[in-house]
Design a protein. Structure first.
Length: 327
């Protein structure tokens, strides 16, 4: 898909941070998709992360999926945030729990972009309507479940009136089980050619000395895992594949990645995570109360760096879109 990758700056040289939360049901990421796994009890604990965002003046963009959008518990948790302008609401499509439930269950079909054009449209249309009916807002931002942006997704979101896509996930490669390959893309925002739809990717990238050759070097290093080559390159600060997320990455890595991308001219950054992680045992990243505290500490440490050392500003996907619309 051809896109316009001309980089644009918003707000001059000042870096801006958005928070994107994959707000979804509790399910085992490593298991075959289960239509019955739709619990959202962790939403009772959403305030743990919301309060930290509030402390730093951030309004998270909760991209919510069908179980979240249709369960009274999660609706009741989100409604006050919406009413107080403490968040934005976007859409997040998990096909296997989003009607119409007509597709064959498979790992590949967990990526919504792999569905037929009509089915992807019908599912997202149902999700959008559920959000509008139950939260009283029409979502502007979309993030495909499992970062599954496919060949028909742009047409789908354009037809449904979305203005911002958050699905791209550089520099990750999800092609092993049928997903998209973002390993050779970067995390700067762009407009899709011939449209007014903006892509704000997840913030990720390769740090180190290999520059544009980093994806190829990283791929080669992965074939030498038994010789510990990836670890050696990382410890020597020659090559790291990093993502701006508290899930699986350290505070030092967050700061290193942000400084690296800032030096390259990037000014819009995305801090992203999954809502269930805040409750121990829901994901691999937090399995105990101690790990939960360490997880939350990463939020404060990165936000303190971004706003007090990097002199950054808080914003939202919708606000960025409006800024660019007025330029």
């Amino acid at each position: 898909m051809e896109v316009n990758r001309d980089f644009f700056k918003v707000g001059g040289d000042k870096p801006m941070l958005i928070v994107v939360v994959d707000t979804e049901e509790e399910f085992d990421w490593n298991k075959f998709p289960d239509r019955e796994a739709t619990a959202v009890k962790h939403m009772e604990s959403l305030e743990f992360t919301q309060s930290i965002c509030r402390e730093f003046g951030l309004a998270p963009c909760y991209v919510i999926d069908y179980p979240i959008a249709t369960t009274p518990l999660s609706i009741d948790v989100l409604k006050p945030y919406v009413a107080n302008n403490e968040c934005e609401i976007g859409a997040h499509l998990h096909p296997w729990v989003n009607p119409p439930l007509t597709e064959e269950l498979s790992y590949s079909n967990m990526y919504p972009g792999n569905l037929s054009q009509q089915l992807e449209y019908d599912k997202l249309a149902n999700l959008k309507k559920a959000i509008e009916d139950n939260l009283g807002v029409s979502p502007v931002s979309y993030k495909a479940g499992r970062y599954g942006f496919g060949s028909n997704t742009l047409k789908t979101i354009e037809k449904l009136g979305f203005k911002v896509d958050l699905s791209h996930c550089p520099p990750m490669d999800h092609s092993a089980d049928g997903g998209p390959n973002y390993s050779k893309t970067d995390s700067r925002p762009f407009y899709f050619s011939g449209t007014d739809i903006m892509e704000i990717p997840l913030t990720g990238g390769f740090t180190g000395v290999f520059g544009k050759s980093s994806p190829s070097v990283y791929q080669a290093a992965q074939k030498l895992v038994k010789l510990k080559v990836p670890g050696i390159l990382s410890k020597a600060k020659l090559l790291d594949r990093l993502v701006l997320s508290p899930e699986g990455y350290t505070s030092e890595e967050h700061i290193s990645l942000t400084k690296h991308l800032y030096r390259q001219g990037q000014r819009i950054f995305t801090w992203s995570f999954h809502s269930p992680t805040v409750v121990p045992g829901n994901t691999m990243y937090v399995t105990s109360e101690r790990e939960k505290q360490l997880y939350l500490d990463k939020f404060r440490r990165f936000f303190d760096f971004f706003f007090n050392e990097l002199n950054g500003e808080a914003t939202t996907p919708k606000a960025i879109y409006k800024m660019m619309e007025n330029k």
